[in-house]
Design a protein around this ligand. Structure first.
Ligand code: AMP
Ligand code: MG
Length: 334
């Protein structure tokens, strides 16, 4: 299959929307990472996502919608969900809610809940308006590898496996959306940390006078993990080791050193940093690009600093990804 890269002209957007309506896959930029989109109401089209990514079918997809109304056609919204929509949509917040029958089982891996988000990226929004269907879209990369934040990253992993990529430049946020399970009225729980923090969510609910409690996973009988949130994910091929602080420059130039902020001292071909000033948003933006670049650099090992406490909840989201990226590949099937 030939993969065509499209510049975002109105003509191209119309073509891509028509392709989506016909059941074809299109890789699209969003504010978080690039997504591999299909018509969420077309089970056959959604199945192609799993094939192209080699993604296990027990890992459900996030469905992208233009607004609350489009979301309400797919899921049951409660007060908590509506308040969070008012506060954070469009934006990098995904809500897990009871699904309506119209959502095909392949999208939710047979579960009774569906994950919904309204992206803020103007090109994704335009495509959603033109296509007039909800779009199921996981990250546009082979399953388990580092997520893509540019069209070139999408090609690196999926060239020849998908027909279309829309090139909208680099993604603004750089890490995947915050996922909140809001399916139980009055209770909410973060399933995946992202750039929208638990603190911001709690504050938005207070402002809206919605009575709801954030549930810590320790309060539950068994730890609940979002399906697909594997211990090993987002991973470079080169072995990755995490350190709180890289203490000394290793003499071995075959080890890539990824500092949180630009280190003092001489640069070396094995020295990199997530952001010059140590800003968490900048580090999130460069995280996946840098991991990909270093992964191609011929190093035998990558040593990466984790985000410090001062990086706040976005730092926790970055560390969540880093821990999974460093996680050991499981040999047994789940
Ligand atoms: P991504 O691959 O970044 O699009 O993320 C999709 C992730 O959303 C999955 O791996 C799950 O962790 C989560 N997810 C999707 N649907 C559900 C659901 N119904 N319940 C809980 N988590 C979900
Ligand atoms: Mg993914």
């Amino acid at each position: 299959m030939q993969t065509r890269v499209h510049s975002p002209t109105l003509r191209a957007l119309r073509r891509l929307a028509a392709a989506l309506r016909r059941g074809e896959l299109v890789a699209l930029p969003t504010e978080t990472v690039y997504g591999l989109a299909a018509n969420a109401l077309d089970a056959r089209a959604c199945r192609k996502i799993f094939t192209a990514k080699r993604r296990p079918i027990n890992d459900p997809l996030i469905v992208h919608v233009g607004n609350l109304r489009a979301g309400e056609a797919l899921a049951e919204f409660n007060d908590v969900a509506r308040a969070l929509v008012r506060a954070f949509w469009p934006g990098p917040l995904t809500l897990v809610l009871p699904k309506k029958r119209i959502v095909p089982a392949i999208v939710t891996s047979g579960q009774k809940t569906v994950a919904l988000r309204s992206p803020a990226h103007p090109l994704t929004r335009k495509i959603l308006r033109l296509a007039r269907v909800p779009l199921a879209a996981p990250s546009a990369n082979p399953f388990g590898y580092v997520s893509p934040t540019t069209a070139a990253h999408v090609l690196d992993g999926l060239k020849g496996r998908i027909p279309h990529v829309l090139d909208g430049g680099a993604c603004r946020v750089g890490v995947e959306s915050t996922i909140v399970d809001a399916s139980v009225p009055g209770k909410w729980r973060i399933l995946r940390p992202g750039s929208i923090s638990g603190r911001a969510i709690a504050a938005a609910l207070r402002t809206e006078n919605v009575r709801a409690r954030g549930v810590k996973s320790t309060e539950r009988a068994a730890p609940v993990v979002a399906p697909g949130m594997l211990a090993h994910h987002y991973s470079p091929h080169t072995p990755l080791v995490l350190q709180r602080r890289i203490r000394s420059r290793q003499a071995d130039e075959r080890t890539a050193l990824l500092y949180w902020a630009k280190p003092s001292g001489p640069a070396g071909r094995n020295v990199f940093w997530l952001s010059a000033s140590g800003s968490a948003p900048a580090a999130a933006r460069s995280l996946y690009s840098l991991l990909r670049k270093v992964d191609r650099g011929g190093f035998s090992q990558i040593v990466c600093e984790t985000a410090p406490a001062a990086a706040g909840e976005l730092g926790l989201a970055i560390n969540d990804r880093l821990v999974r990226a460093a996680g050991r590949r499981k040999k047994t099937k789940r």
